[in-house]
Design a protein around this ligand. Structure first.
Ligand code: ADP
Ligand code: MG
Length: 502
């Protein structure tokens, strides 16, 4: 028997009520157990205690969820709503998320391990902003008119116009690092464009997506439009990717899983958008404002315990300031107090799971084995919780695993820059292309490098800045497609060309 999470006693009444029973699947507006009767437990990574049991969706449950979503899309109540009505429903959902901010933040903090203030003022606030932004798009989806040059038949002419139609039933598979934000990023554009949803949260963090699904119903979004089906990747996830009733898969997660999904989705020619891994460089020039660059780079890697797809995990610093910058970041790393999500003095939480702690621990060990030197950290913390010491590596080279592979933890690897002409090549020396940052006070350096870096997001004197109005996604093996901003509408619509002889 595994013990209960000690932090359950810290939850407010609403969150405590939510975890006091087995959480069922949310299909067609109803809370239902899995057809198989199976459940799995979700854990608090602060002490590895159980939070509650959750119904485990299998292929049969996915099929029921797809049927519900199909009925709403193919002529159901949802398919008849006007854009302004969809806008109003998404805005209501945003209001409800805001009204339940404390409850959602508590559920997020206990399930994922992230510190409560971050969950409350970071994750939940971002989810609200994102839903409000997407609500506005519902009434602003437009096609074009075109005058074709095809030879006229007698006196006839042709005119064409395009329609942006919703892609259909969307299967959305999300990771555990920002569970509520990811759910909002996924369902927001689906609802704005008129799609319907089968959403599978990560098995490590199912709670806030389930609560969000309930709030969708409370907002008045018709039953069956948003179905939430927690379960495992190799069962529920695979069933979604293979299901012929799903028109598109939107996935955020690891590059390895993204490739498997991309391959499998081709069989039914599903549309696919993939937001995958990264190994994002942070480039600090000698002319940078060090009061901005040192704490900024520290946050660039240690935010969310480094479990961020754009985490600044490779640090390149001009030689003359290399020691100052790396020692400055190491000082910050050493100063962090590690603790559970609800501890008031905690500054860095645990990683999401024992498996993730072990994975990150083995990367740290490989760095040490290959000769890198840890200026701070260098160890996982023994004990029940999934804590890892924030680690700053120097004495590294490009052939090390810690330089090439995504670690997804609080581990940064620093290397000096000697040749100024070589910076972009070094930054681009990775299979990934998600994010990058440049820290400098020189405009030419900033914009010159921004143009040369092969990554979907380039930040100048900042890192990890993400906004609903700004497109986000990866070059190279970091993915397909751009979420957020105007670009996301293309991910959730099919373009139809209508041509008429006049
Ligand atoms: P991690 O290895 O850190 O759990 P993944 O990228 O494997 O990251 O997981 C992200 C999401 O993808 C989770 O919701 C997970 O259940 C799901 N998933 C994992 N494997 C598959 C798969 N083969 N097909 C579909 N979904 C999957
Ligand atoms: Mg959990």
């Amino acid at each position: 028997m595994t013990a209960q999470s000690a932090q359950i006693s810290k939850l407010g009444a609403a969150a405590r009520r939510f975890v006091s029973q087995t959480r069922n699947l949310l299909i067609n507006g109803e809370h239902v157990p899995a057809r198989s009767g199976k459940t799995f437990e979700t854990f608090d990574p602060a002490d590895n205690g159980v939070i509650c049991a959750v119904a485990e969706a299998g292929a049969e449950d996915i099929d029921l969820a797809v049927q519900a979503a199909r009925r709403q899309f193919d002529g159901g109540e949802w398919s008849k709503l006007r854009p302004s009505e969809r806008e109003r429903l998404i805005l209501r959902l945003a209001d409800l998320v805001e009204q339940h901010a404390d409850e959602l933040a508590e559920l997020e903090a206990i399930d994922n391990g992230k510190l409560l203030p971050y969950a409350r003022f970071g994750d939940v606030s971002m989810a609200v902003d994102f839903l409000r932004y997407m609500a506005g798009w519902a009434t602003k989806i437009e096609g074009r008119t075109i005058h074709p040059s095809v030879p006229y038949v007698q006196e006839a002419r042709f005119w064409s116009y395009t329609l942006k139609e919703p892609v259909g039933v969307v299967g959305q598979i999300i990771p555990w690092n920002f569970p509520l934000v990811m759910a909002a990023w996924k369902i927001g554009p689906a609802l704005a464009t008129g799609c319907t949803v089968v959403l599978k949260p990560a098995e490590q963090t199912p709670l806030t997506a389930l609560r969000l699904g309930e709030l969708c119903l409370e907002a008045g979004i018709p039953a069956g439009v948003v179905n939430v089906v927690p379960g495992f990747g190799h069962t529920a996830g695979v069933a979604m990717v293979e299901h012929p009733g799903i028109d598109k898969i939107a996935f955020t997660g690891s590059t390895e899983t993204g490739k498997a999904i991309g391959r499998a989705a081709v069989d039914t020619m599903k549309r696919v958008s993939l937001e995958l891994g990264g190994k994002s460089p942070m480039i600090v020039m000698a002319d940078a404002d060090m009061d901005v660059a040192i704490p900024g780079a520290a946050m660039g890697i240690f935010f969310n315990q480094g479990q961020v797809c754009t985490a600044g995990s490779r640090l390149y610093v001009q030689r003359s300031v290399f020691d100052k910058v790396t020692e400055g970041i190491a000082e910050i790393a050493k100063s962090f107090k590690l603790g559970p999500a609800f501890a008031e003095d905690a500054q860095l939480g645990p990683l999401v799971s024992k498996a993730q702690q072990e994975r990150v621990g083995s990367y740290i060990q490989s760095g040490l084995d290959q000769g890198a030197v840890a200026l701070s950290g260098g160890r996982v913390v023994e004990g029940q919780g999934c804590f890892v010491e924030p680690t700053v590596f120097v004495n590294a080279n490009r052939d090390m695993k810690i330089v090439q592979e995504e670690i997804f933890g609080p581990v940064i690897v620093a290397q000096p820059i000697d040749d100024l002409d070589d910076i972009a090549a070094v930054a681009n020396d990775t299979i990934y292309g998600l994010g990058a940052s440049i820290w400098t006070t020189n405009l030419n350096t900033a914009h010159g490098l921004a143009a040369k870096i092969r990554a979907g997001s380039v930040w100048i004197n900042s890192h990890n800045i993400v906004d609903p109005a700004v497109p986000f996604g990866g070059f190279k093996q970091s993915g397909y497609g751009r979420e957020m901003g105007q670009e996301v509408i293309d991910l959730y619509t099919e373009t139809k060309a209508v041509t008429m002889m006049v």
